[in-house]
Ligand binder design. Structure first.
Ligand code: ADP
Ligand code: MG
Length: 339
């Protein structure tokens, strides 16, 4: 007899979950992105014990149709793409159909959802990987998901979690960045029963900056706005007199997806070169919109990175638009000094 065996479904799911669901913040990211993909205009995120005991996400999106319910927690089950060609045009944050199955394999879940297409909504409870409740309920249009006892059945993963403070920082960082890149969604963020912030959801990025970084910081920001046939860049960058000791406040989104990208960071740093000392970094929040066929969003397990088909021109345009903002600010600054 040979030594190769086919892994069981449950084992496959747990292994896959390791890629997508690294820590509580990954659960928050995946669930809020699902709410945004479902066109929610309001999302409430409620965290207890740094997400270890509870992550609750409530949205007013399209809801899940009762007919779709059996597939939500299956692997590679998605309503967002049909074939690989769709990746050229996809504008949703999800498309792999992995998050819900991954989360269900490492946590207990209570899901309530109502689609406007159904007369009644659904309530589904998954415990120890099994559906222990599935019934019709009457609720409002949208979806509510409670994730409890995360990593209860993957002790290795649980053991590698950092302190509550650190894990909560990861969550807050994720929620803040999603709020910056989705200004049309009112995001309410609650931690251990305290409301941390509640964005207005009116599309105004400066209000979101004010909600999250405070009024003082918001007053130190300059607007950036640029568009051509390739892309649009919208956001705020800090006045040179307001800088930071590290580069963690350089935040980027591409088509509403929060991403890490060294080339974009370099473009921002280069624009500030003559405005800041070497060891100082700006605060910059830039939302870039680009035709989906100019980027590849399928290059990272958690989709935290994208590849541009033309790095050079993106670099130049970001540099150019920031440089314009900074130079015209300087003109105003020196002129106001004159009189
Ligand atoms: P993906 O987002 O890649 O499609 P997920 O595993 O995250 O995969 O979700 C599976 C499917 O469940 C989604 O395609 C969507 O149809 C449905 N879904 C999940 N969360 C929500 C939600 N908050 N509102 C509406 N539908 C949802
Ligand atoms: Mg998803």
């Amino acid at each position: 007899m040979g030594r190769i065996i086919l892994l069981e479904e449950d084992t496959i799911n747990k292994i896959a979950a390791g890629e997508v669901i690294e820590r509580p913040a990954s659960v928050v990211k995946e669930l809020v992105e699902n709410s945004i993909d479902a066109e929610a205009t309001s999302v409430t995120i409620d965290i207890k014990d740094a997400g270890k005991s509870l992550i609750s996400i409530i949205d007013n999106g399209t809801g899940i149709m009762r007919d779709d319910l059996p597939h939500v927690f299956e692997r590679h089950a998605t309503s967002k793409i049909k074939d690989i060609d769709d990746l050229m045009t996809v504008r949703t944050l999800g498309f792999r159909g992995e998050a819900m199955s991954s989360i269900a394999s490492v946590a207990n879940i209570e899901l309530e959802s109502q689609s406007e297409k159904d007369i009644l909504g659904s309530r589904l409870v998954i415990k120890s990987g099994k559906i222990i409740e599935n019934r019709e309920i009457s609720t409002s249009i949208g979806t509510s998901i409670k994730v409890k006892n995360l990593f209860y059945n993957t002790p290795a993963r649980f053991k590698f979690l950092k302190s509550d403070k650190t894990e909560l920082n990861y969550i807050s960082d994720t929620v803040e960045k999603i709020a910056f890149s989705n200004t049309h969604v009112a995001i309410k963020y609650i931690v251990n029963d305290d409301i941390i912030f509640h964005t207005p959801g009116n599309g105004d990025l400066l209000s979101v900056i004010q909600c999250i970084f405070g009024t003082k910081a918001a007053k130190m920001m300059l607007p950036v706005s640029y568009s051509n046939e390739l892309l649009s860049i919208n956001g705020y960058i800090s006045k040179p007199e307001f800088s930071k000791g590290n580069s963690t406040y350089m935040i980027f989104s591409i088509n509403k997806r929060i991403i890490k990208n060294n080339m974009l960071k370099e473009a921002v740093k280069t624009a500030y070169k003559s405005f800041l000392m070497n060891n100082r970094f700006p605060v910059s929040i830039l939302n870039i919109d680009i035709e989906p066929d100019k980027i590849d969003v399928n290059v990272h397990p958690a989709k935290a990175e994208v590849k541009f088909s033309d790095d050079r021109s993106i670099f130049n345009l970001v540099y150019y638009s920031l440089n314009q903002t900074l130079t015209s600010n300087e003109t105003v600054y020196t002129e106001s000094f004159k009189d």
